[in-house]
Design a protein around this ligand. Structure first.
Ligand code: NAD
Length: 498
């Protein structure tokens, strides 16, 4: 489908925005937000573009056609409905593809108490923002079947990616006058990935002395979110942690029908509801459009349309407070009349009717001042620091698929190690099993042999290649990973029991 352009009337130059109606309930909620923005008097030149299920079905395995990419290149701002990845088509989610193609590295999800939306936390003043890293981590999507029975995914955390999102979170706290940023990681277990994120957070925190910086382990954050969520202000975290706790946070303030989000890059942004395409409600005019309307409020602020943003936000809050228009999901939560709940269109009409009205009982700050204007911080890469760094090759890990008993495998690998290297251990799923430490480790026909430099030996690339040749002649190897040290510090983890 060609990109279509429709322009709201008026003399002021219209702002170009790419709009992707999306799948399932997407077109209904997107239409609702567009009507409200129009009624609020903002002139937008909407470029309608497609992505998602239909695109996959037509054979485009990315789910995001070139015409859509071109439109986003032009407009740099997107309002989108949810996208489905139909089973059996394509490999990647079109949502993730969009976020990655345009490097929208900051996923910002506010979760605040809303008037007229009672929850078990009502009155506690919940008002937090989850800032989720949006590109890296297990979402890099780099996975391999190491054997027909062993899947492995690469968790990629970089200093640059961490610096960008952590800077974003602190700058957001500063812009909003917030007092605390909590970094949530699993650094106690994943010391080189989640641990890097934590270290970068601790390095950057002193640049923001007016903001309290704390680190909590992600499982404790989950616990605290259920127990005492009002303690949180901004939470910054890695991609997978953020995915889970931001949905959790949505649940605290009324559910997916109310959860808005923005994906921000350096000069591009994609606004969408947190929820998916809710296919069972598609075309029924019953879905709650609040999440996408509030996402479009974030978009209006990003576009510098502060007055209109405040007006739409107030109209939504007034409508919720007034309680005359109650969508099915809210009626269900509050024990209301689900049969006679307000339709998507009816709720939209009511918000439009309420433009210009202000809620009286907003329990927390009414609006975010987040413009999503990512500072362009660059990062701390200093070539001279790396040039001076002493890097040593200290060994190699070789993954092997085998039916041999581990003692036999270990003895054989030890014999193949050569003059400069020695076999230090064999492990199974992270636990040392050779030489045996006598524990009840289960085996899965897939092992890692760790070879390290013998005392005094200087290992070269040629030594590693020769070792791989000897192993390949006798075993089915699946992966070969250098073991290094940087300035004398080992750049790899040890196995349990090693
Ligand atoms: P979903 O969010 O679509 O729906 C789960 C349930 O939440 C719905 O059945 C409904 O009961 C409720 N719900 C969601 N939004 C609501 C709203 N606005 N008003 C009222 N109730 C609402 O999750 P799912 O069923 O797991 O996913 C369906 C499809 O959406 C999948 O293909 C998935 O991949 C996709 N998805 C897309 C996005 C995105 O585009 N960003 C996000 C999540 C899921």
């Amino acid at each position: 489908m060609e990109s279509r352009t429709s322009t709201s009337s008026g003399t002021q130059a219209a702002i170009p925005v790419t709009v992707i109606p999306g799948d399932g309930v997407g077109p209904e909620i997107v239409r609702s937000a567009m009507r409200i923005i129009d009624a609020a008097g903002v002139k937008i030149a909407w470029e309608e573009a497609e992505a998602g299920a239909e695109v996959f079905r037509r054979g485009d395995s990315s789910g995001v056609p070139q015409a859509t990419r071109d439109s986003i290149e032009r407009t740099r701002v997107v309002l989108k409905g949810p996208l489905e990845t139909p089973v059996g088509f394509g490999e990647k989610s079109a949502n993730v593809t969009l976020r990655k193609l345009f490097e929208t590295y900051a996923n910002v999800r506010p979760a605040r108490e809303l008037p007229g939306v009672p929850t078990r936390y009502s009155g506690e003043g919940l008002d937090m923002i989850i800032v989720r890293e949006n590109i890296e981590d297990l979402y890099a999507g780099i996975e391999h079947m190491q054997t027909p029975d062993v899947g492995q995914g690469l968790k990629v955390i970089t200093r640059k990616g961490s610096e960008k999102i952590i800077r974003y979170a602190f700058e957001l706290a500063r812009r909003e006058g917030r007092s605390k940023v909590t970094c949530a990681t699993k650094a106690n277990i994943m010391k080189l990935t989640e641990g890097l994120f934590k270290r970068v957070f601790e390095e950057m925190a002193p640049e923001y002395p007016e903001i309290t910086a704390e680190h909590l382990i992600i499982d404790n954050v989950a616990h605290q979110l259920a127990k005492n969520p009002a303690q949180f202000d901004i939470i910054v975290t890695t991609n997978l942690n953020g995915d889970i706790i931001s949905d959790l946070a949505s649940g605290l303030v009324g559910g997916l029908g109310f959860a808005s989000s923005g994906n921000y890059g350096d000069d591009i942004a994609i606004f969408e509801a947190v929820h998916g395409s809710a296919p069972k409600y598609a075309g029924k005019d019953v879905i709650n459009p609040t999440a996408l309307i509030l996402s479009s409020v974030m978009m209006l602020r990003y576009l510098g349309q502060d007055e209109a943003a405040a007006s739409v936000e107030d109209a939504v809050l007034y409508t919720l407070e007034e309680g005359r228009a109650v969508t099915q999901d809210l009626a269900r939560q509050t024990g209301g009349d689900v049969e006679h709940a307000t339709s998507t269109t009816g709720f939209t009409d009511q918000v439009i009717a309420n433009l210009g009205r202000h809620p009286s009982s907003v329990p927390v700050r009414a609006r975010t001042v987040d413009r999503g204007l990512a500072p362009r911080p660059g990062w701390s890469y200093a070539p001279e620091r790396y040039a001076a760094m002493k890097r040593e090759l200290v060994g190699v890990d070789v993954m092997i698929e085998t039916d041999l008993p581990v003692e036999q495998l270990g003895d054989d690998l030890a014999g193949l190690a050569g003059e400069k290297l020695e076999l230090s251990m064999v492990e199974s799923r992270g636990t040392k099993v050779y030489p045996s430490i006598g524990l009840a480790t289960d085996h899965v026909r897939w092992y890692r042999g760790r070879f390290v430099a013998r005392a005094g030996a200087v290992v070269t690339e040629d030594d590693l290649v020769a070792l791989l040749g000897r192993i390949a002649a006798r075993h089915r190897w699946t992966e070969f990973v250098r073991l290094q040290s940087f300035d004398g510090e080992l750049a790899f983890t040890k196995a349990q029991g090693e």
